[in-house]
Ligand binder design. Sequence first.
Ligand code: GLN
Length: 379
Amino acid sequence: LSERTASFTDSVIRRMTRISNLHGAVNLSQGFPDFDPPKEILNRLKEVADEDYHQYSITWGAQNFREALAEKQSGPMGRNINPDREIVVTCGSTEAMMAAMMTVANPGDKVIVFSPFYENYGADAILSGAEAIYVPLYPPLFQFDKEELEAAFLKHPKALILCNPSNPCGKVFTKEELTFIAELAMKYDVYVIADEVYEHIIYEPHHHTYIASLPGMWERTISCSSLSKTYSITGWRLGYIIASAEIIDVARKVHDFLTVGAAAPLQEAVIPGLKFGPDYYEILRLKYSRKRELFLKGLDEIGLVHTIPEGAYYVLMDIKEFHYESDLEFCEVLAKEVGVGAVPGSSFFKEPVNHLIRFHFAKRDGTLSEALERLSQIR
Ligand code: GLN
């Protein structure tokens, strides 16, 4: 079997979902909601079953989906996105990120990855033949050291991967930080592959800036995102890449041979969501703000030490006090004995980090309360 597949494991995030299910644990490991998508989308899904959407859509995405997406993203991304030239619809942002990497990297090329990082990036790099160079983000605010970042750029990388807001640490990069990254990208002629799937899950007073919207960055940014988190449809596997026509021409070829296309009926069914006005996104933000408050307050009451996310829906909890050999073992015991699923933090760090676990709080209030109730028995 191929050597490259020997250098990474299956996803620990997805593995923890299977372990949680096995033990009937409240699954706060793999981040996905247990509440319904918007009813407008579900109603349209029912209608679509009786309409003519059962064959392939255009490889790079149905025309009306791309038009609705271009309309939604043009304002926030600060330019008129051309639905015919500057979008490719993918099977989730998972495919978008993989396709983006294969679009820019030759075998042997280096890519900069901030650590902690979403675990897919390591495998994405290996599968596309690239080599990851890791740059640490330092807690508590998960800031990078400017000199360390520039030193990574001096190693002639092809691209930098930016997860903003960040999974798992919840960092929302400030405009000043993004400007610094952008200036380095321009100085050293490096692409930025942005994973912005949590673009609408931002807590006050933080503000999300699309790096593609910064001066000079449109030409070198590959913006990847997904409809999974924004419309609570992680199982639909709908994502996209937005970039310049020059980049998209190549990304479309990669996407075409990877997957041919995203599910046609689902692209059609989600269009009412893409057309929602600003209220929808404000309500979503408030909903997650309340969940964050509920969950963090619960952890505080139990006396558990944790990060405070600025965006996305994850929290890292410190498990030093429990004196476990490994965070994986801790998570297995937590799922089995306490009945709560979490992801070992070591899946997200390049550095040997063994004292953190990740919970997500994209769950109904009742589910979160049940998890907190169980966690209160942790000692
Ligand atoms: N982004 C989610 C997480 O980090 C899950 C994504 C996935 O499993 N595809 O848990």
